[in-house]
Design a protein around this ligand. Structure first.
Ligand code: UDP
Length: 383
């Protein structure tokens, strides 16, 4: 077996999305052998430093303006990409392998690795398909991956399949599911959940669902609000923030809750750092993405919290949940089906408890940080 690699993980984001939370656990599991280079400063850098991970930031300038659905990057963005790649490449140690954790980070890392003569792997956490990405964007990254990547590590089979369907080389890809640390969920007490409810003024006996997630139309907060209108007396804790500039959508959600007459039962908490306690305040955890979800950390978190999870049946989610056994799958963007699934769990407590227990077991068996770190280590050995 080859010696373990020293890895320079690269991520473009300064904020804490799911990809960044997964990288945090991964970098900690790699210990001294890992460094992280970020293309933006922010709370993610602070969180990494607080956990003892070595971090450098190389700001990406105008490249920050390029979005997933951008067709043609501006000249300024391309120049910024080249500059950032040069700056990143200059920091790479000859013993290090570059491992990109996001699409933008992969583009910069591929160029940096080419300039520094270092191998580049890509942890692929996106479903490379419309409407998530523009056709031009997909073609550009697939071409770059086929040319420069030594390994593409997909976070689900669905993510891997989309890469290959878009023209990615099949022999490059392997699947390593995310792993999530169970420890923070295991130390939560009923009093923590009760405190969350009290702070949100949710009656102790009110049946409550929780949905954490980035605020974005495809994450489906609006579907949960529509479902709420169909299940009287059920409360919803809706945690998260518009991390990548979707403020108008966040404002519209509150207005929509008022229009639907559910504003007194829809509790918007903003971004929370206490997801285990927050989930324990709920009877059911909801995932409502309207488009295929690459993985869906919140699904596994609901399982770790010993809560029955109702989730959208698309993308990587069916790899996480066995429908009716370790969770409940519903068609995406179907508020009526979501409402029916929530009501069915409310009305059959023994079934809800059975599903919660099976989900908790499955998450602790299949989606551990150890398995994720080992899988990524093995995948990188091919580079
Ligand atoms: N999250 C959080 N606080 C919030 C809302 C979400 O810490 O207020 C976390 C959530 O617990 C999960 C991650 O953000 O770990 C979202 O990951 P997921 O894979 O579900 O979606 P992504 O943001 O990667 O698309």
């Amino acid at each position: 077996m080859s010696a373990p690699r020293r890895v320079l993980f690269v991520d473009h984001a300064g904020v804490l999305g799911g990809a960044e939370l997964s990288l945090l656990d991964l970098a900690m599991a790699f210990g001294d052998r890992a460094r992280v280079a970020l293309l933006a400063d922010g709370p993610f850098a602070d969180r990494l430093r607080a956990r003892g991970v070595r971090v450098t930031t190389t700001p990406m300038g105008a490249l920050a303006d390029v979005r997933k659905d951008t067709r043609l990057p501006s000249f300024g963005a391309l120049a910024a990409m080249w500059r950032t790649a040069g700056a990143l490449g200059a920091t790479v140690d000859p013993s290090e392998l570059l491992c990109a954790n996001s699409q933008k980070a992969f583009v910069v890392s591929a160029l940096a690795g080419w300039r520094a003569q270092r191998p580049v792997a890509w942890i692929l956490r996106d479903i490379l398909a419309a409407p998530h990405f523009s056709g031009a964007n997909i073609r550009a990254v697939i071409t770059l991956a086929n040319w420069r990547a030594c390994r593409v590590i997909a976070n689900s089979q669905a993510t891997a399949d989309a890469f290959v369907a878009a023209g990615g080389r099949k022999s490059l890809v392997c699947v390593v599911h995310n792993g999530i640390d169970a420890a923070p969920f295991d130390v939560v007490t009923p009093a923590d959940g009760q405190a969350v409810r009290r702070a949100l003024h949710i009656p102790d006996d009110a049946f409550t669902v929780a949905m954490p997630g980035r605020f974005h139309a495809w994450k489906g907060q609006q579907v949960l609000l529509a479902a709420l209108a169909q299940v009287p007396n059920v409360h919803a804790i809706i945690a998260g923030a518009p991390l990548f500039g979707e403020q108008a959508f966040a404002d519209e959600l509150r207005a929509r809750a008022a229009r639907l007459g559910v504003a007194d039962r829809a509790h918007f908490t903003g971004f929370r750092d206490d997801i285990p306690a927050l989930l324990s305040a709920a009877n059911v955890v909801v995932h409502a993405s309207t488009l295929p979800e690459p993985f869906g950390r919140v699904v596994v978190e609901g399982m770790l919290a010993h809560r029955p999870v109702v989730a959208s049946n698309a993308g990587g989610v069916p790899e996480l949940i066995v429908d009716g056994e370790s969770g409940v799958l519903v068609p995406p963007a179907d508020a009526r089906a979501l409402a029916a699934a929530i009501a069915a769990l409310r009305d059959d407590a023994p079934r809800a408890a059975r599903i919660a227990a099976a989900g908790a077991r499955r998450a602790r068996t299949l989606f551990t940080v150890g398995a994720m770190a080992r899988g990524i280590e093995e995948a990188l050995a091919a580079c």
